[in-house]
Design a binder for this molecule. Structure first.
Ligand SMILES: [Ca+2]
Ligand SMILES: [Ca+2]
Length: 352
């Protein structure tokens, strides 16, 4: 559920609270009826909170349903009671949304504002079917920080995640997870980069200085890594550029079974909020990138090929890449069968 959705819920509820003025007869109702009405409204608001809090999978929908039920139960009332109901219902809904959001994010480390991951961060995932005792923190080596001021051309936006310099929360992955992309072949929509060579994307060098990054031309570009075999992917880490803070636009990360991205295409991340790149409307936020790069939660998707799209950045119209890491394991041979083989993954650790 996006912040916009929540805003719409609250706005819609507030609107419902004071729309449709009651008939004039309501003004002459006796005290007993007022008390009954207040009691009904209170019960309805309580029902809204309970229903929304219990619906972690679809809190927005449930909250809306509960609000409708509350509206249906609302008897005719005087104008002051109307405002009382609206305020109580709005407070109940806000509480329910907050509670539901916390319930939806069981892996969050708890630091920062619930529901708003810090820059470059994601809550720790719990890959489906993996017992907690088999999860280990993902250890990502970070390059030397090149800390510069945030460029003035980066403006706050509802599509931009607020910047945070807090350390990235622990991200857990199944034991035996390795960087499958290390040393792998890279192709791109721009086969002849303006600066650098594509093989630099998987060479392990994540430093920010000149000589470590690759410049692709203007407009939508993609880079692609062939993992060599079908894999289960838990996380993707990418560094575009960090000699200054930048926002790269239309960042889309996908996995697929084939190099043309036709079979089993799965979107891991998409912040192209206006679909200007034509890959679908992205619900993820843009982010200000620094030396920590960005960790994308791949949630255990399966695929052999990884593709990252981008379309210019807040400083110029080029797409830059320094390094891309793909954390996972080779997939089990039988589809939908056993867990991936850890020994095969372990042998990859030395290849880089
Ligand atoms: Ca590199
Ligand atoms: Ca866009």
């Amino acid at each position: 559920m996006s912040n916009n959705d929540k805003h719409d819920d609250v706005a819609g509820l507030l609107h419902a609270g004071y729309a449709a003025p009651p008939p004039r007869e309501a003004f002459v109702r006796g005290l007993g009826e007022r008390m009954r009405a207040e009691s009904a409204a209170s019960r309805a608001a309580g029902a809204a909170a309970g229903a929304a809090a219990g619906a972690a999978a679809a809190p927005s929908l449930r909250a809306a349903e509960a609000a409708e039920a509350a509206a249906a139960a609302r008897p005719a009332r005087t104008p002051d009671l109307r405002w009382t109901w609206a305020a109580a219902a709005a407070a109940a809904l806000l509480f329910a949304i907050s509670l539901a959001f916390v319930v939806m994010r069981p892996g969050d480390s708890g630091s920062g504002t619930p529901g708003i991951p810090a820059a470059g961060l994601h809550p720790a995932p719990v890959p489906e079917g993996t017992p907690e005792e088999n999860l280990v923190p993902l250890d990502i080596k970070l390059p030397r920080a090149l800390v510069g001021p945030t460029p003035k051309n980066i403006k706050p936006s509802p599509h931009l995640e607020p910047y945070s310099d807090k350390p990235r929360p622990v991200f857990k992955v199944p034991a035996g997870t390795v960087n499958l992309a290390a040393g792998r072949a890279v192709t791109a929509s721009d086969p002849n980069p303006v600066v650098g060579e594509l093989k630099q994307l998987t060479d392990g060098d994540k430093e920010g200085e000149d000589g470590s990054y690759v410049d692709l031309g203007p407009g939508r570009q993609w880079v692609q890594i062939d993992l060599g075999e079908p894999c289960v992917i838990y996380a993707v880490a990418a560094w575009h550029y960090h000699a200054e803070k930048r926002v790269y636009h239309d960042v889309v990360v996908q996995a697929a079974d084939d190099p043309d991205f036709i079979e089993n295409v799965q979107t891991i991340y998409n912040n192209d909020f206006d679909n200007s790149s034509g890959l679908g409307v992205g619900k993820d936020l843009e982010y200000i990138e620094d030396y920590r790069g960005r960790l994308f939660d791949a949630r255990g998707v399966r695929g052999r090929f990884l593709r990252l799209y981008s379309n210019g950045n807040s400083s110029n119209d080029l797409s830059n890449y320094i390094e891309v890491e793909v954390y996972g394991k080779p997939a089990a041979p039988a589809p939908g069968g056993k867990a991936p083989a850890a020994p095969a993954a372990a042998t990859r650790t030395s290849r880089s």
